[in-house]
Design a protein around this ligand. Structure first.
Ligand code: ADP
Ligand code: MG
Length: 251
């Protein structure tokens, strides 16, 4: 049983405050969804937790099982069990998916331990089959020339191979048509279980029809302004983000 605790987090880009007092605790086994309008700081939150150097944490803390991760490098955070699926995955020319994932999986083994190649490929192919990714993709460069949907499936493949304790998924639904969304959701649902905690960031309610969250939070202007269960997402879809803005204006 693990816990990821985001405590009163403040994040700036340059001199601009973007995330302003964001707090949330996620326990393993739980799926939390964050919904919010564009520009509210959702990606900033995810990238700062993963350790992106452009995002300065000016206050608060992020604790994994009680220990702060803020002094850790991004790769150390990953090895500690954090995973971020990017909203806009980067293309990595010249590095094949097979080699990329092999290096990532190898990096998590104890020093001196060698990855068993046969077992690795067996596991890779079974995860690819589940996500309906053609095996030809193993020899293609990571995300190079991929469609939006292929990039998102590649992100989920990485998550499936790395088996993190906590996964942050930033708009995994964007760029997916309905068939691809179903495949990705099936893949994510298959990974759900007592050992994985998830934070799904989404702009639209649609994703939550397929990956049903335990908790829904509305983020606005850099912080959570409302929390509830899955019905909150439906209410938000029906009333729109203006509803939240108006309520806040009257508060
Ligand atoms: P969301 O994911 O909720 O749409 P973002 O976290 O991407 O929001 O952006 C929040 C704010 O921070 C926006 O005003 C955006 O323009 C700004 N921002 C995000 N990333 C950068 C960056 N690398 N440089 C400058 N401004 C940025
Ligand atoms: Mg975003």
């Amino acid at each position: 049983m693990s816990q990821l605790e985001i405590k009163d987090l403040n994040i700036s880009i340059g001199s601009k405050a973007i995330v302003k007092g964001f707090s949330l605790t996620i326990k393993s086994g739980e799926v939390h969804a964050i919904m919010g309008p564009n520009g509210t700081g959702k990606s900033t939150l995810a990238k700062a937790i993963a350790g992106h150097p452009d995002y300065a944490i000016t206050g608060g803390d992020v604790l994994l099982d009680g220990a702060s991760i803020l002094a850790m490098q991004p790769d150390e955070r990953a090895r500690a069990g954090l995973f971020l699926a990017f909203q806009y995955p980067s293309e990595i020319q010249g590095v094949t998916i097979a080699n990329f994932l092999r290096a990532a999986v190898q990096a998590r083994l104890a020093e001196g331990e060698e990855l068993d190649a046969t077992a690795y490929y067996k596991r890779l192919y079974s995860k690819m089959d589940a996500l309906k990714i053609d095996r030809k993709f193993t020899s293609r460069a990571v995300n190079d020339g991929f469609s939006g949907g292929e990039k998102k499936r590649c992100e989920i493949l990485q998550m499936a191979m790395l088996e993190p304790k906590f996964a942050l998924m930033d708009e995994t639904d964007s760029g997916l048509d309905i068939d691809a969304l179903r495949i990705v959701a099936e893949g994510v649902n298959a990974m759900r279980g007592p050992n994985l905690g998830m934070l799904m960031i989404t702009h639209y309610q649609r994703l939550l029809d397929y990956i049903v969250p335990d908790f829904v939070h509305v983020m606005y202007d850099g912080r959570i302004v409302r929390s509830g269960e899955k019905d909150l997402a439906l209410e938000l879809e029906a009333k729109g983000y203006d509803w939240v803005k108006k309520e806040l204006a009257h508060a």
